[in-house]
Design a protein around this ligand. Sequence first.
Ligand SMILES: Nc1nc2c(c(=O)[nH]1)N[C@H]1C(S)=C(S)[C@@H](COP(=O)(O)O)O[C@H]1N2
Ligand SMILES: [Mo]
Length: 165
Amino acid sequence: MTEPDAAFHADAEPEWLHSHAHEPNLVVPPGDGSLLLVTDASHMHITPAWLSGLPQTHIEHCYIVSTGHGISGPFRFGGVRVADLLAHVNADACVHVDVVAADGFGTRLTRAEIADVSVERPPLLALTLDGDPLTRAAGLLRLIVPTETDDALKQVKWVARIEVR
Ligand SMILES: Nc1nc2c(c(=O)[nH]1)N[C@H]1C(S)=C(S)[C@@H](COP(=O)(O)O)O[C@H]1N2
Ligand SMILES: [Mo]
């Protein structure tokens, strides 16, 4: 168990919480796709291999919509539903979940977004892309929010921490 750095618990809200525009970072940050899952009860180091042992969900026809750089897709992403991960660690009674990347980018998902969306297109921690393992360059491990088709600000690549509150 690793103690999270103090800055992460600072009262100041992170910059990404209120950002309305963002140029995608083209620099792949170091890392192997593993992440820290922080709940009120525990800190868990989670690897892509461990996640691949949980029930997998596949979602067709996903698009990454960038306001400035066009649209890519359709993609078929596979991985673990955020809701399934939270249920697995008994953290599904959350208020919101912050998903923060190794490059400081991030997004906040509400409990409603995680649990109440159509069960067919839920937020996913993606491990595969079109049937192949997701590469680090392509964002391993990547949050995919299929219902977000405005600006890709929820399609967080290189997830490094998930904070459940
Ligand atoms: N970690 C991280 N994730 C990110 C970004 C980023 O800068 N860092 N940029 C976002 C933005 S603004 C866009 S448009 C998409 C780009 O995704 P793509 O590389 O698959 O086209 O990633 C999103 N996810
Ligand atoms: Mo973007």
